[in-house]
Design a protein around this ligand. Structure first.
Ligand code: ATP
Length: 728
């Protein structure tokens, strides 16, 4: 059996994985896959490059496919008979209304329309009562109706409802009745078939007769209609919260001859099979960048290679791509799994092009990044619209991943949205993989004066245009310019020293990226061939540049933090941080572009010893940086700040609880004591070569262990033989 199958992965998926030459699941996959397959909400925190994408994609593909197969063969969960006989019908219900597997909890997350359902049984005579409990905010109406009544209870003459706004309704007539009710209130619905009377109680208090000339020639059924709300029911299987009035009985005690069965929705031959419409995916995966969304979508395509009958349809929904194509795909082909960036996803959902009624997986990849980018409200909005139990009775599962999941925002969100989530947390804190060798180089313009006489240098960002900057003076402004010039030189030096022929280079701003690109090309277009990836480049150019870099058609990819998270460039040996990120978790993500999938990588960060004045275009900057030349500091309404890199370095070190190794400006990296000489970009050759006396040290322990095992085996045999002898 292939290794992945042992973790519950289907052979069809396992075969595709084998072809990718993955022999074993990574730790996060070994722990995460069974949890997702088991139906739980999971928070996956694991180092960069540890295979988190597959840890959520594989089980999702599997479950979505199995659900599609069930639907196709008519074995959806909704067709399985539900144990207690008095339950809400999964057949006689509105499209967006979900009935929980226990049959007594219903929910509709549709915000614009009402969706209702009726009970599987009704009564034709007697005095009956049941309780309806409001379990979430939203609009609801509850009561009784005949089988011919509209599911929108109270809008025709066959339905009698009592709504949360304090109105009773029949035949579209809404009259004041009782009082308003809401979350946590219990409504007792009472029907007297002998008198033709319906009344309601709120939390045990009688509200009087609501309807007195109820037609009783046809059986009446408990009924509910909801708008973005949730209710649960008790027909008498459990003790009532408030006892029924005298002579009224719980519905479960109705005799056979008093009971009528609800056959609605079963005569069409569908036998309750849930039909999934084209635009109602089972999984929504949100990624923080277009590149990452595309990468995840590509992985899904690889994993599902052998999945057929039915085919599994995935769709990439990202900005910068013609929305009409995405809409047409949804309408014509349809999608079971949608991977996308937040903005475009929400546009399509709110526009009604994507329906969330069947969504049972909600994945937030790089969750802390999404939350820090300000998508908290969007995530909560989408979550609210997803049914917590789908129409075929499946519970919504939420999966949240990142290498830096230990953020306050994530914990807060998990508490609010997730359902008893399990943390798969391999290190217990944000950590850098052992395969990433990361070092810092101090850029000290007071010690290294070469900036003074440079004939050719990088173009700076222009923040000092108004300042008195002269090579002779040592003002903070002059030193700041010096840092910018030196950093250009240090990048080239690092490339040369390590003979880098493939590296990702992170700059702080788009302008810094553009300037570095120009400078590198100016020195030698071929030796330092490079492309940029940042938010000002058109989507097509971004895509083409990344492709060129992945295919090694250019040596260097210069980018902003837009590429910090998740990008997987196989065997990438080097990365350079021209400036440290001010967000400490982004350091982990940036350097995590190397040292992935067990390959070694070197990350060099240039850290200025003096403050550097830089652009900082906040909300106050009308153009958000485009052609902005306001070089004043932010405290006087300007668009510049003094960037304190030593402080950011200290923050990163404190966060990771390490001291990052410092190297000299000659960029030479001493051999690691443990690894010896490594080849960056390659797998480690001799792991553990530092343990010279390892075997000798372990020998006594191994001896003890084998002795213990021998004893255990003997004990087992003794017991087993005695037992066999006794039986004989
Ligand atoms: N079981 C495996 N065996 C071999 N390679 C694997 C395995 N799982 C994943 N990989 C490879 O490891 C690399 C990193 O995987 P992935 O991009 O999922 O990492 P990640 O944990 O999401 O990283 P990040 O936090 O940076 O997003 C990919 O190239 C992937 O193909």
């Amino acid at each position: 059996m292939a290794a992945f199958e042992e973790f519950g992965v289907l052979p069809e998926i396992s075969k595709a994985i084998d072809e990718m030459e993955w022999t074993l699941p990574t730790d996060i996959q070994a722990e995460g896959i069974p949890l997702v397959l088991g139906g739980g909400d999971v928070l996956m925190a694991a180092e960069t490059g540890s295979g988190k994408t597959a840890a959520f994609c594989l089980p999702i593909i599997q479950i979505v496919w199995e659900t599609l197969k069930d639907i196709e063969s008519g074995r959806s969960q909704s067709s399985v008979s539900i144990s207690p006989p008095w339950t809400m019908s999964t057949h006689d219900r509105g499209n967006a209304l979900a009935v929980a597997p226990d049959g007594v909890r219903v929910q509709s997350r549709e915000q614009k329309e009402w969706h209702g359902t009726r009970c599987t049984r009704g009564v034709s005579s007697g005095k009956w009562g049941f309780e309806a409990i409001v379990t979430d905010e939203g609009l609801c109406r509850v009561g009784w109706s005949t089988l011919t009544a509209s599911l929108d209870l109270g809008t025709d003459k066959f339905g009698y409802g009592f709504g949360g706004t304090g109105k009773k309704s029949n035949n579209r007539q809404f009259d004041n009745y009782g009082e308003a009710f809401g979350k946590n209130d219990t409504i007792t619905c009472l029907l007297d078939m002998d008198k033709g009377e319906i009344r309601f109680r709120k939390n045990g208090v009688d509200l009087g007769v609501a309807f007195s000339r109820v037609s009783t020639d046809k059986p009446l059924f408990p009924a509910v209609v909801l708008k973005n709300a949730e209710m649960s029911f008790n027909f008498g299987d459990k003790p009532f919260k408030h006892s029924l009035p005298d002579k009224y009985l719980p519905l479960v005690s109705a005799a056979k001859e008093q009971i009528a069965m609800n056959t609605n929705g079963q005569a069409d031959g569908s036998s309750g099979v849930v039909k999934i419409s084209n635009n109602a995916p089972q999984a929504i995966i949100i990624e923080p960048s277009r590149e990452l969304a595309e990468q995840t979508s590509n992985q899904i395509r690889l994993f599902k290679k052998y999945i057929q009958n039915p085919t599994l349809r995935e769709l990439l929904v990202i900005g910068g791509v013609n929305v009409k194509e995405q809409i047409s795909f949804l309408q014509n082909t349809g999608a079971d799994i949608i991977v996308g960036t937040p903005g475009r996803l929400e546009d399509l959902i709110q526009g009604g092009y994507i329906s969330l009624t069947n969504c049972r997986f909600f994945v937030l990849d790089e969750a802390d990044g999404l939350l820090k980018q300000g998508y908290t409200d969007l995530i909560e909005r989408l979550h609210r619209q997803m049914p917590k139990i789908t129409a075929d009775g499946k519970r919504l599962q939420m999966i949240v991943c990142s290498a830096t999941l230990h953020a306050f925002e994530v914990k807060k969100m998990a508490e609010k949205l997730m359902h008893f989530p399990t943390w798969v947390d391999l290190k217990g804190e944000d950590a850098v993989p052992e395969t990433v060798h990361h070092v810092v180089v101090k850029v000290d313009p007071q010690r290294d004066r070469q900036w003074n006489g440079l004939r050719r240098h990088i173009m700076t960002d222009g923040v000092h245009q108004q300042d008195d900057v002269r090579s002779g003076n040592n003002s903070p402004e002059t030193l700041s310019v010096a840092v910018k010039l030196l950093k250009g030189e240090y990048v080239i030096r690092a490339i040369d020293e390590h003979k880098m022929d493939r590296a990702i280079i992170f700059c702080r701003t788009k302008l810094d990226c553009d300037n570095l690109e120009k400078y590198m090309k100016q020195i030698d277009k071929r030796q330092y061939s490079c492309v940029c990836l940042h938010g000002d480049r058109k989507p097509a150019e971004r895509k083409a540049n990344l492709e060129m870099f992945k295919k090694s058609e250019v040596k260097f990819l210069i980018c902003t933090d837009v590429a910090a998270r998740g990008l997987d460039i196989s065997g990438l040996p080097f990365m350079i941080n021209v400036t440290l990120p001010d967000e400490k978790s982004n350091y982990v993500h940036r350097i995590g572009r190397v040292g992935r999938a067990d390959r070694m990588g070197l990350a060099i960060s240039l850290v200025s010893t003096v403050p550097e004045k830089v652009w900082y275009h906040g909300e106050w900057c009308k153009s958000r940086g485009r052609n902005c030349w306001n070089t004043n500091l932010t405290d006087v309404q300007g668009c510049c700040i003094w960037y304190n890199e030593p402080q950011y370095l200290a923050d990163i070190e404190e966060h990771l609880n390490i001291t990052i190794q410092q190297i000299e400006p000659d960029m030479k990296v001493p051999h690691d004591e443990f690894d010896g000489k490594v080849v960056y970009g390659q797998k480690r050759q001799q792991i553990g070569s530092g343990y010279k006396n390892h075997t000798a040290q372990m020998a006594p322990v191994v001896k003890d262990l084998s002795e213990l095992e021998k004893q255990a085996q003997l004990m087992y045999l003794k017991r087993h033989l005695t037992k066999t002898a006794r039986i004989a």
